[in-house]
Design a protein around this ligand. Structure first.
Ligand SMILES: Nc1ncnc2c1ncn2[C@@H]1O[C@H](COP(=O)(O)OP(=O)(O)OP(=O)(O)O)[C@@H](O)[C@H]1O
Ligand SMILES: [Mg+2]
Length: 315
């Protein structure tokens, strides 16, 4: 059974590099907290952008930097029901190795040869340990928004329980691995959100991502957010009139050329959004294709709140 996206325990955000994953994850975090759920936004790979993004205007104040520091976690409280955390997969793996090797000195484990040996001997282990951390958070929060890595790496992460089960069927990680797999494949508990720009290549890659997700977990993307969509400022007729104006007066030619370029890009975006909708409809995927406009000012919590409001109306 599927549940409304915002009622799931895990919302996993992925997409091409630079498409707006962190921005959308932050907006979804605001939305979850606004809907009354204890929400945490998770970043990985040492990134820690969410706290600054979500506290910039002072509307949300960072109130507690040591809410829970068990096992190296640092959950930062950003608001009444909103937290953030950054997981570093390398440290997560060292932490896990220390636990299973009876607390061998971190300096030995983090020595690159030991580390590389383990990583090579256990493909998918680092990704799986990161996913286990996510599962831990799902057990302690009502909504976990994962600011995931770019599509290829995200799929490797999502496949890690399967990858790992081929090398280890027993042991402490195997049990948690099965629970991760259960979480990731259950449409009542997890959701997948892709963020894409409205170019032909980005939309093609999004459809490929959805294909990969089906093969890995038999799941569809629950929503695709087409980010940075240009506003439609001119109709086709207005563009034709502008072009005539440019012919008559070369001084306005440059401005008209700029307007025409934006008009064309907007049309491309629109036709790519339509293509994505048609393809997903014919694949029987959920209908959520949500365009979000391009903002011209620097990203801040006010814009994120606008984005959250818009997303909240459609998902
Ligand atoms: N709708 C938007 N309008 C204007 N700027 C945006 C919009 N969405 C995101 N941005 C900006 O685009 C840049 C990239 O966004 P973001 O960092 O969220 O992408 P990302 O997918 O997380 O990137 P990475 O792959 O590097 O993690 C940021 O500067 C962000 O502020
Ligand atoms: Mg990011």
């Amino acid at each position: 059974m599927t549940a409304p996206l915002l009622e799931r325990q895990l919302v996993f955000v992925t997409g091409k590099g630079g498409a707006g994953k962190t921005t959308i994850a932050a907006a979804l975090g605001l939305l979850g907290a606004d809907r009354g759920r204890r929400t945490i936004v998770v970043e990985i790979g040492g990134q820690r952008r969410a706290p600054a993004l979500l506290t910039a205007s002072g509307r949300l104040t960072e109130t507690d930097t040591s809410a829970d520091n068990r096992g190296g976690r640092k959950e930062i409280r950003l608001g009444e029901r909103l937290w953030s955390i950054s997981i570093d997969p390398d440290s997560a793996m060292i932490e896990w190795l220390r636990a299973v090797t009876g607390r061998a000195p971190a300096r030995v484990l983090s020595a690159s040869s030991t580390f590389r040996y383990f990583a090579a001997a256990a493909p998918g282990a680092k990704e799986l340990i990161t996913m286990v951390k996510l599962l831990d958070l799902c057990e302690r929060y009502e909504m976990v928004v994962m600011d995931g890595p770019a599509s290829g790496h995200a799929l490797a992460m999502l496949r890690s329980p399967q990858t790992f089960s081929t090398i280890a069927r027993v042991g402490p990680l195997a049990g948690r691995s099965n629970l991760v797999r259960g979480l990731l494949s259950d449409p009542a508990r997890s959701a997948y959100v892709a963020v894409a720009q409205g170019s032909e290549m980005a939309i093609t890659e999004t459809l490929e991502l959805e294909d990969g997700l089906r093969r890995a977990l038999d799941r569809d993307l629950d929503a695709v957010i087409v980010n940075g969509v240009l506003p439609r400022r001119f109709t086709r007729e207005e563009m034709a009139r502008l072009a005539k104006l440019a012919d008559e007066d070369t001084a306005v030619g440059t401005a008209v050329a700029a307007a025409r370029a934006i008009y064309r890009r907007g049309r491309t975006q629109q036709s790519q959004i339509d293509r994505l909708r048609r393809q997903r409809l014919s694949d029987g995927a959920p209908p959520h294709v949500l365009p979000l406009p391009l903002h011209y000012s620097e990203m801040n919590v006010e814009i994120l709140l606008q984005m959250a409001k818009r997303l909240g109306r459609s998902i």
